[in-house]
Design a protein around this ligand. Structure first.
Ligand code: ACO
Length: 164
């Protein structure tokens, strides 16, 4: 079971993917393929058992806005080695438009600098455009501005947070 329709993603997958890798939506069995370990390379994940993962998966799958979680699986060992999420946020502004937010971009540290991050970003930007968002945005550390600027993002506003 995929978190969103695989056929929606297919036309947007960047063409330069090595043959040992598969780009696809997150699947419910990715719990056992190291998906949470990969997210742990991005930030704190905490302790999530399979039941909690599956409950959240179903909630995200059935919710609007939609969670377009795209992963890269290394099919030689069944490990998830990359992931990025496009969240679609519905608005009244911009004539009931939708805004896309790119979240949780991470590539396994053993696989970095092999253009997998680029595959994820190109794929999400193309998918976002096709879904008709009026804007795509993301939040990142200053050192990643050069990375994201390659895919059309510009540094155009301040970012404020409040943590709990
Ligand atoms: C919105 C968010 O989620 S922000 C959080 C971003 N994620 C993280 O910080 C988690 C830890 N980091 C990572 O997972 C990875 O380093 C990523 C996702 C940032 C980049 O993934 P990679 O697969 O290594 O990037 P990729 O190989 O596609 O890089 C393409 C080009 O981007 C640039 N680039 C990649 N990483 C960086 C970086 N850390 N700083 C500056 N430029 C970079 C380089 O020009 C690179 O080409 P080169 O290797 O030929 O010089």
């Amino acid at each position: 079971m995929h978190i969103f329709d695989e056929s929606l993603l297919a036309p947007h997958i960047a063409p330069d993917v090595p043959s040992n890798l598969k780009v696809r939506p997150l699947r419910i069995d990715d719990f056992s393929k190291g998906y949470l370990d990969l997210l742990g390379q991005l930030t704190s994940v905490g302790t999530i058992d399979q039941a909690a993962f599956e409950k959240q998966f179903h909630a995200m799958k059935s919710s609007v806005p939609n969670y377009h979680i795209v992963v890269i699986e290394d099919i030689t060992n069944g490990k998830i080695v990359g992931s990025a999420t496009l969240v679609i946020e519905m608005k009244f502004i911009h004539e009931t438009g939708s805004r896309g937010r790119v979240e949780d971009v991470v590539v396994d540290r053993e696989m970095r600098r092999q253009k997998l991050g680029a595959v994820l970003l190109k794929t999400l930007v193309s998918l976002g455009k096709s879904l008709g968002v009026y804007k795509l945005s993301l939040e990142c550390k200053p050192e990643l501005l050069p990375f994201y600027s390659q895919f059309g993002f510009e540094n155009d506003c301040n970012f404020m947070t409040q943590r709990f």
